[in-house]
Design a protein around this ligand. Structure first.
Ligand code: KIV
Ligand code: ZN
Length: 506
């Protein structure tokens, strides 16, 4: 039996063979509280989205600020494969700004629900239709394609929504987007609405679902199953309030569960998610589907044993398919099969009885509330196998000092043992962590070592909290994660960086 067998019983009659993905990470995604992309960030993300295979990139809302205009213009000038879209209200200066930014298509929206008409726009139904007609007409007159949204469509009276959509069709818009602006729909209701609208208008339909009830991705997939062919999505589900439909979930839900194709290259999903996580500063929840740190992690002995025998036992998606790897978590639920596999990864040979001893040691530590990492496993194994002290790490910290002065760049000096030889370096940086890592890189003498990701978590609160630093470092395409915990943030960063460098230089 196919793992998605039951889903075939409800396959939509109107479902498209292929969806065209409309990514709004750079517009609605940037509306996430706390997110402010620079022009360079936006360009970097746009390039990644285009390489990922997104069909439309909503690059921003050009009229909203000079910086936003510049970002959209620069993205439009990048010559990307994706079509570039700019947002505009039904206001001439908005449409003119999007046009001046050189986008391929203008996304024009106006609120149509009773709430939006009465409280936001203070307009009658007729006034809204007139305004929308004039605005679409203006954009068309100056030669632009139009993606039209009756904002808050999912709280708009159906006959009036049909009237607005028919007007947009008459005005020859390219697409009509149906936004669930405040995320009130369910998959069944969304399917019904799209099917009903498809009987009234022939223009290709898009959907834009918000996640207020946690159903944005499911609603989007239901809309696609009912015949909407242009799902709006954001990377990591970023967006206003609880966010938008998540790109990863929608694309893989359509493709793997329902057999609906897209131009997305699944192998690039993980790296795109990491890039957006880093540039947005919004950390993906560990238990987030597909791109969360735990999405392909297995902890209990039963699960680990199963997955090591056959991945499909506990994995509906192969981690390699989205460009990542499986993780076996070490803890009190660990079994010897997982320990054996981990030791193999670390290049450590052990007999069955030694593996049993190592497994009990890990369980012991976990029972005492200790977090056992892969590094600890190597240490435990070397200890139990009597190899302690024989293997020296390539890079060891001997000493370090930091000089901080108000208004000046911090300066760090480090002394390291690199392959047993003492090396010194002194470097400055934008902050103490940056200065110290620059000094380590200089002392190691390998300019190719890059710090790709850096995450800091405070364990417990207060200024004496433990700092938990996880990083990703790479060298000439080889990359590795490393982690360290210390009561001082700079030391935790230094130890994590040295751990990572040791792994790269192994
Ligand atoms: O949520 C929404 O309705 C929007 C519109 C601009 C489409 O973001
Ligand atoms: Zn939105």
């Amino acid at each position: 039996m196919d793992q998605f067998e039951y889903n075939k019983k409800v396959s939509g009659v109107d479902k498209p063979k292929k969806i065209r993905v409309f990514d709004t990470t750079l517009r609605d995604g940037e509306q996430t509280p706390g997110v402010n992309f620079t022009v360079e960030d936006k360009m970097q993300i746009a390039k990644a989205l285009s390489e990922l295979g997104v069909d439309y990139i909503e690059a921003g809302f050009p009229v909203s600020s000079d910086g936003e205009f510049e970002a959209v213009k620069k993205i439009a000038d990048m010559g990307l494969k994706s079509e570039i879209v700019g947002l505009a209200r039904c206001v001439e200066k908005d449409i003119a700004a999007a046009a001046d930014a050189g986008v391929d298509m203008i996304h024009i929206f106006i609120g149509t629900s009773p709430t939006h008409r009465k409280y936001k726009l203070e307009m009658t139904k007729e006034e809204v239709v007139k305004k929308a007609r004039e605005s679409i007409g203006f954009a068309k007159e100056i030669g632009f394609k139009v993606h039209f949204s009756p904002e808050d469509a999912c709280r708009t009276e159906f006959p009036y929504l049909v009237e607005v959509c028919r007007m947009a069709q008459e005005m020859k818009v390219e697409h009509i987007n149906i936004p669930d602006t405040v995320g009130v729909m369910t998959p069944a209701a969304m399917g019904w609405l799209i099917s009903a609208l498809k009987k009234e208008v022939q223009v290709p339909l898009a959907v834009h679902c918000h996640n207020d009830f946690g159903m944005a991705s499911a609603n989007t997939i239901a809309a696609v199953m009912a015949g909407a062919s242009i799902p709006h999505v954001t990377v990591n589900g970023l967006g206003e309030r609880a966010g938008n439909a998540d790109m990863e979930q929608v694309v893989l839900g359509c493709k793997l569960i329902h057999g609906i194709d897209s131009n997305i290259k699944p192998k690039k999903i993980w790296s795109t998610s990491r890039l957006v996580e880093r540039l947005s500063g919004i950390r993906v929840m560990p238990n987030f589907p597909i791109v969360g740190a735990n999405a392909f992690a297995h902890k209990s002995g039963v699960h680990v044993h199963g997955v090591l025998k056959k991945a499909a036992v506990y994995e509906p998606i192969k981690p390699e398919y989205v460009g990542t790897k499986r993780h076996i978590v070490l803890g009190k639920l660990i079994g010897s099969a997982a320990v054996k596999e981990k030791l193999k990864d670390l290049g450590i040979k052990a007999s069955e009885s030694e593996i049993k001893d190592i497994t009990s040691k890990i369980k012991d530590l976990a029972d005492k509330g200790k977090k056992v990492t892969e590094e600890d496993l190597a240490a435990i194994a070397q200890d139990l196998l009597g190899k302690v002290g024989k293997k020296r790490r390539t890079v060891e910290l001997k000493d370090m000092s930091l000089h901080l002065e108000l208004g000046k760049r911090p300066i760090a000096s480090v002394a390291l043992f690199v392959k047993g030889k003492e090396k010194y370096a002194k470097e400055s940086g934008v902050g103490p962590v940056d200065a110290t890592l620059n000094a380590i890189r200089a002392a190691v003498g390998d300019k190719d070592i890059q710090l790709d990701e850096y995450h800091l978590d405070a364990i417990t609160g207060g200024s004496n909290a433990l700092a938990d630093v996880s990083i990703r470092v790479s060298k000439n395409g080889d990359s590795t994660m490393a982690r360290a915990v210390h009561e001082d943030v700079v030391m935790a960063s230094v130890l994590a960086f040295i751990n990572g460098v040791n792994r790269l230089m192994k």
